[in-house]
Ligand binder design. Structure first.
Ligand SMILES: [Zn+2]
Length: 102
């Protein structure tokens, strides 16, 4: 499959210009896994990291990806907030609140 695609990104732009990126090559599912795509040679092609990301945005919606990114940023901020509230130390165990509840 890699040989078929010439070991480079197989993305073809709107103007018919094929990307010739050979670095950061990843496997791309033409039919997304979530939509019943399999891992057969017919369903896979090579994409550079940039175009794989671009295709994912087309498949799943840029809004969804952006929402996920924001959610991650938010949870990071929440965690920092908890540490600053005087829980005293960073612990991998259950939180004081969970202990009280259990
Ligand atoms: Zn590319």
């Amino acid at each position: 499959m890699a040989e078929r695609d010439g070991n480079r990104c197989s993305f073809v732009g709107a103007e018919g210009h094929r990307c010739d990126e050979v670095a950061w090559i990843e496997l791309h599912h033409r039919i997304p896994f979530a939509q019943g795509g399999d891992s057969s040679v017919e369903n896979l092609e090579l994409r550079c990291k940039r175009h794989n990301q671009y295709q994912a945005e087309l498949d799943y919606g840029a809004a969804l990806i952006e929402a996920r990114r924001r959610q991650r940023d938010l949870s990071d901020r929440v965690r920092e907030g908890f540490d600053g509230e005087g829980w005293g130390h960073r612990s991998d165990g259950p939180s004081p609140r969970a202990r009280r509840a259990g």
